[in-house]
Design a binder for this molecule. Structure first.
Ligand SMILES: C[S@@+](CC[C@H](N)C(=O)[O-])C[C@H]1O[C@@H](n2cnc3c(N)ncnc32)[C@H](O)[C@@H]1O
Length: 259
């Protein structure tokens, strides 16, 4: 089993409940709108949802007419995704597989690969990106949302709120940006209960190099802005309006001769 997946398996039930069928607040009202803008029209396209969790985005893509395959290394979360598929069949094929070893999927068999908030959780993200490059057809697209490598490091970044008279200034402080390192990500899984998974920080340039090594060329980078829904429901939305905590990258698979 890949590093970190055992920890994810322990919280599969909680994570399935958290994401439900439409994604939690931050996914639904902050990250997903930018992801769907980057994906564009998917009807008729072969789309892979990598590190799919409970498959809420896979279902959304299938409802838009995509032919969806979805993969996660956690067997219990895939069991939950399959149960949702059984309740509302959308023709999604689910696999339990390590993103780094996708031998079940043929070379060049996808028009688009989505990895939503997954690369930071994958210990060998370079290996996973290499597999994305293999399974995409030439000119296929890779869309990945991430914790923003510059501003959202689990313990090496924080908000600083400075009050001076009537003025409040919110700063984002960051340390250890240039290093590649592992941290613990803390999830509040119930009243007074926390669970920890591993999360891997890599600087932005690391991702661009890993993409390029896999024959993928960075085409766009978005920094999702809070929607009205987020601003209305979470005070942190105002701060995110100033400093983004996520980014969405879009990369294109080069023709073989340029890889
Ligand atoms: C933060 S969740 C994101 C899930 C989903 N994409 C979403 O947006 O709700 C990260 C997922 O990565 C999966 N994961 C971690 N390492 C993996 C690996 N090596 N291969 C495939 N999936 C992996 C975990 O099981 C977990 O479901």
């Amino acid at each position: 089993m890949p590093v970190n997946v055992e920890d994810w398996e322990q919280i599969a039930e909680w994570y399935d409940h958290k994401q439900g069928d439409g994604g939690d607040l931050w996914h639904r009202a902050l990250i997903d709108p930018a992801v769907f803008r980057a994906l564009g029209a998917v009807s008729g396209q072969r789309v892979l949802d990598l590190a799919c969790g409970n498959g809420y985005l896979a279902r959304r893509l299938a409802r838009q007419g995509a032919q969806v395959t979805a993969v996660d290394a956690s067997a219990p979360i895939i069991a939950r995704a399959r149960a949702r598929e059984q309740q509302e069949p959308l023709g999604i094929t689910y696999h339990v597989a390590d993103a780094v070893h996708l031998g079940i999927l043929a070379d060049g068999s996808f028009d688009a690969v989505l990895c939503n908030m997954g690369l930071m959780d994958i210990a060998d993200a370079e290996g996973a990106i290499r597999e994305v490059g293999r399974v995409l057809r030439p000119q296929g697209r890779f869309i990945a949302s991430l914790c923003h490598p510059c501003f959202d490091l689990e313990t090496a970044s924080a908000w600083v709120v400075e009050k001076a008279g009537p003025t409040t200034t919110v700063w984002r402080k960051v340390s250890r940006y240039r290093e590649v390192f592992e941290e613990q990500c803390t999830w509040n899984v119930g009243p007074g209960a926390v669970w920890r998974t591993r999360i891997y920080h890599r600087p932005l340039s690391w991702y661009v190099r890993a993409l390029r090594a896999a024959g993928l060329l960075l085409a766009a980078l978005e920094e999702p802005e809070p929607t009205e829904e987020l601003l209305a429901q979470d005070d942190e939305g105002q701060w995110i309006a100033q400093v983004p905590l996520h980014c969405v990258i879009e990369a294109w698979k080069l023709a073989e001769t340029h890889a």
